[in-house]
Design a protein. Structure first.
Lengths: 277, 424
């Protein structure tokens, strides 16, 4: 009796469920035979897979640390080249001490920039003052509209998190910076745009930013495009993840502790259960 | 819960409290001497692990809330401030962010374990249903938590998911406006999601209490799926299962900490490190991994169903997808009545076991489909897997007991354990 009832109910539910599923799968199956030539023709070219520079990145892997010299050179590239258009709003000048700059050097770096004080003066007027180490990096444009107006309508993204915010991370930034070139005959590039196969549509508003000798490094490292791209990428990786070294080091301690703890717990469990018949 | 005769405690302070408020007697009864089947395998650890994750999420979440600002112009930067300037803020945030994934891993293993060993069957139907309520609450909480950093994926995920409610006929649009607190996902949406994201974990905590209370009436199921017959079949929960759960938990923590310290962003989407921008839609909106199977089911419904011989759309593809997605969860509620085989454990149900594995594979496949762009081959695969999901619950489970010849059940847990240890 109960069994018959269950079969009836089951069959009813099945019928109800199968109709829409069959309909969907049916039409999807028909879709298989449909071609979409129009879509295929207008589809944007696929972005090229980013490449890792030979030797990889020193910050990667469980024991990875940042290369301080590369970070300082990278900051120099950012300050002298990228910062013309790109902001890094999430960083403060004091953060540069992590790169190995002394507090005095950081103060000197900050003093190169002018900032509007947060509070008005005694007369109630807003005023400009030299930036302090506690100030956030000064942006090249007062707002996004000004940035667009100054860049042919395109908005140069803030770079504070750029390495974490792009698929491919360091490899992508490095490949993009070194990947500019002439478009193949099959691709046309719009006016004011630049060819870069690593960018999503192959067309990027940013002109090639790095040129041989664009900066001169204090440590004598030759400022090749490849070198500057590698250095600035490491600097940007640090900017996005400033606690990476602390994370890697404390992680090791935590895992070692847990491994020992797991061993102890296994012994306790084994010992207890072996007493059971 | 602790009515009846009370055994006095040796410690005078404990005894004094227990005479007035018998919490120690209750703990002793429910977690100390609680008779538990002696044949659990390590899959039974995941209930304890899930409880641990809930506490971890609440603890880390409270600290994050001390620095987080639920305002659309400050939310993203306040999270970055936690990551950069707050002492150990990066650690608390990565524990919380990846903790959501770990919580779902634990709960999914817990659910599939229950499915395999028939833990939803009489007398544990209500226990199972309370569990499904917990799953739903977790989904809501995780979804709203993901919105809080106010990155691109937060914003667009919120837009896509809340828009699902617009598929409801007649009142859909009104409901969506009501959910948003405006005419788009905006500051009021962020505010209310924050309020609810703080509230719901405590609701989950309460429902988990009910889940455990309901568990402690019939007691736990076990890998053989047979009832406990005598005290020979059980061991006291403490120290035997506190030790075993403890070991399992530490192993799970090793996996968890490896991700927190060495791949904290591996499970997330890079787009969520871009501040929310209502003017720029990401190329590919994907939810977090734990929603992908449901997302695939949602998108598997690709046609509008018309009233025959008219052009009036009866069920739009969107509404159909929403019905399928909610139906997929609803089926879990009625699972105890869809599968009426008296044998619980898949160990003794050869055909159920085979279908279980196909079902598990189809769920994983749906997860993969959910992560792909909704075009070409993945759509077809997703539709086949979705069809199997529903066929499993609505055809296979109700009909299987009619045909399946189950294997003979052992007489008792103790006998089976003894046989196994002699055989080994």
């Amino acid at each position: 009796m109960l069994r018959n009832f269950a079969i009836l109910v089951g069959a009813a539910i099945v019928l109800l469920a199968v109709i829409p599923i069959a309909a969907t799968t049916g039409t999807a199956f028909l879709d298989l035979f449909e071609t979409h030539p129009k879509e295929a023709a207008t589809e944007a070219p696929e972005a090229k897979a980013p490449r890792t520079p030979p030797g990889g990145w020193p910050q990667q892997g469980p024991f990875g640390t940042y290369d301080r010299a590369a970070l300082q050179r990278g900051y120099q590239v950012y300050a002298q080249v990228c910062s013309t258009c790109h902001s890094m709003k999430l960083l403060a000048y004091r953060d540069l001490e992590t790169l190995g700059f002394s507090p005095a050097e950081v103060k000197a770096i900050a003093s190169n920039y002018q900032v509007t004080n947060e509070e008005p003066n005694d007369q109630g007027a807003m005023y400009q003052r030299q930036a302090r180490p506690s100030d956030a990096f000064i942006s090249p444009f007062p707002n996004d509209q000004a940035a667009r107006a100054g860049n042919n309508g395109s908005l140069p993204p803030d770079l504070s998190l750029i390495v974490k915010a792009r698929k491919g991370h360091e490899d992508y930034i490095y490949s993009l910076l070194t990947g500019f070139g002439q478009p193949p005959a099959t691709e046309t590039i719009a006016k004011g745009m630049n060819y870069n196969p690593y960018f999503a549509s192959h067309q990027i508003a940013m002109p090639p930013p790095l040129h041989e000798g664009a900066v001169s490094f204090a440590d004598g490292t030759p400022a090749t495009v490849d070198q500057m791209a590698k250095d600035v990428t490491q600097y940007l990786a640090w900017a996005g993840e400033p606690h990476l070294e602390e994370r890697h080091q404390s992680g090791l301690k935590v895992i070692l502790f847990l491994a020992v703890f797991a061993g102890v717990m296994y012994g306790v469990k084994k010992n207890l259960w072996s007493r059971l018949k | 819960m602790a009515a009846g005769k009370r055994v006095p405690f040796k410690n005078p302070v404990v005894n004094w409290i227990d005479e007035r408020l018998p919490v120690f007697t209750m703990m002793q009864k429910e977690y100390g001497s609680f008779p538990t089947p002696k044949n659990f395998n390590y899959l039974w650890n995941f209930g304890a692990i899930a409880s641990f994750m809930l506490v971890t999420m609440i603890a880390t979440g409270v600290f994050l809330a001390m620095y987080y600002t639920p305002e659309k112009n400050h939310a993203f930067n306040s999270v970055e401030r936690i990551m950069r300037d707050v002492n150990w803020g990066w650690l608390i945030r990565y524990i919380h962010m990846n903790g959501a994934s770990m919580f779902f891993i634990a709960v999914y293993v817990h659910i599939f374990r229950g499915l395999y060993y028939g833990s939803y069957k009489k007398p544990r139907e209500l226990l199972w249903m309370i569990g499904v309520v917990i799953l739903l609450l977790m989904m809501a909480t995780a979804f709203m938590g993901y919105v809080l950093p106010w990155g691109q994926m937060s914003f667009w995920g919120a837009t896509v998911i809340t828009n699902l409610f617009s598929a409801i006929p007649l009142v859909g649009d009104k409901i969506v406006t009501w959910l948003w607190g405006g005419f788009a996902v905006d500051n009021p949406t962020l505010n209310r999601f924050y309020a609810l994201h703080y509230l719901l974990p405590f609701v989950i905590f309460g429902v988990v209490f009910l889940h455990i209370a309901a568990l402690h009436v019939p007691g736990s199921n076990n890998p053989l799926g047979i009832d406990v017959k005598s005290s020979k079949d059980t061991v006291p929960f403490h120290p035997y299962y506190t030790a075993k759960d403890g070991f399992g938990l530490v192993v799970f923590l090793i996996f968890y900490t490896l991700i927190v310290f060495y791949a904290p962003n591996a499970l997330g989407d890079p787009d969520n490190y871009i501040p929310a921008n209502p003017m720029a839609t990401p190329e590919h909106i994907v939810p977090e991994w734990y929603f992908l199977p449901f997302y695939a089911i949602l998108r598997s419904f690709t046609i509008d169903i018309h009233i025959p011989f008219t052009s009036i759309v009866f069920i739009s593809s969107k509404l159909g997808g929403v019905i399928l997605m909610f139906g997929a969860v609803f089926l879990l509620f009625v699972l105890p009545w869809l599968d009426w085989s008296p044998v619980r454990s898949a160990t003794f149900r050869p055909w159920f076991r085979r279908f279980f594995w196909v079902f598990l594979i189809s769920c994983v496949t749906l997860g993969w489909v959910g992560s792909q762009k909704p075009e070409g081959v993945p759509v077809i695969i997703g539709q086949i897997a979705t069809a199997f999901y529903f066929i499993f619950f609505l055809v296979i489970l109700p009909l299987l007991p009619l045909f399946e010849k189950t294997l003979p059940l052992p007489k008792s847990i103790a006998e089976a354990v003894l046989k196994k240890s002699q055989g080994a």
